[in-house]
Design a protein around this ligand. Sequence first.
Ligand code: AMP
Length: 389
Amino acid sequence: MSASARNKPILPGATIGILGSGQLGRMLAIAARQMGYRVHTLSPESGSPTGQIAEREVVAAYDDLDAVRDFARGVDVVTFEFENVSHTAAEAASEYAPVRPGGNVLHITQNRLREKLFLRDKGFPVTPFAPITNTAELEDALLSVGLPAVLKTAGFGYDGKGQRIVRTPEALREAWTELSGEGTASCILEGFVSFSCEASVVAVRGVDGEVKAFPVVRNDHAHHILDITTAPAPETDVSLALATEARETAQSVLETIDVVGVLCVEYFITADGRLLINELAPRPHNSGHWTIEGTPASQFEQQLRAVCGLPLGEISLRRPAAMANLLGDLWEGGEPDWAAALTLPDVHLHLYGKKEPRPGRKMGHLTALADSAEEAAALARSARSLLAR
Ligand code: AMP
């Protein structure tokens, strides 16, 4: 395909190919269907959250390159909702359709070590870290990073999976043996950041290089999984100056990595008021779900517009908002009491169509809108507590 054909806008009626089939793909597919696009999805799952909305659900492994090529032949643009698709698969797809963001973005962001080295080399503020790819490096890392620290696998980690907090050299050695699979996989040792809060910025970059960043949000986690997002982050947590810096940093990350699409920058805010990048997610992010009701064009619509080469949408705030995740644990006492939560004003329910409510599994979320972000967060929490049987 010629470069000019690749840069032509992809208009409604065209087909969006999504690699991955979870809730992020589902909400992207809903935005796409709303604007008159067709959607195909590829993943190893059938009857998936995205597949329920898409017109075509291809069930194949991400490393089945023939299946990925065949999938790409049937769509106008390929994007992904799951960043652990190999960049070889992204390259195979790009033989037949533009892949946005490109394989280079996947390559950097799907490995924590590569991501941190890249960010540090480009002068972005990151947590102190050192690679541990063999036992000898473990002692060096211990000296340079110090304790307490967090040992993480370099690849395939999310929601706190593949990481251990370590407080003693012995604990680090044990964690390394366990997480590295007896030394077969690389790890990264990060200094433990005693943060005052966690925050994130979802930003989007178009084919023409235009970048927009949503307001900074505050993220509260429970058991390493996002629990509540408060939008915008209250000024008592993130000062206006820091909020500007966080959005500018995010914009610059998207430009530096040459992203087309949505990318989320997750930050720690240190006790002495500095921003440190924790990690990047090159796709719509859980901390941006509130944008569906909270802004004129959600992160999913922005992703669609960006990968289709259309003008980006407005990112301003309609009303302060908060999002509460609904994990499978909520089903312990039976089906949650949906009607009870929906009696509250401006509370919105999103369920992802997952059949099995396992503990810790993201089954849906609630978004609450109110006059202030703190009120919205309180409303989202109350609505969620009404669900429990
Ligand atoms: P991650 O999967 O790297 O985003 O980590 C999940 C959560 O673990 C983060 O949102 C933090 O709450 C916590 N965490 C991760 N890395 C660190 C660190 N270096 N220092 C302190 N807490 C961390």
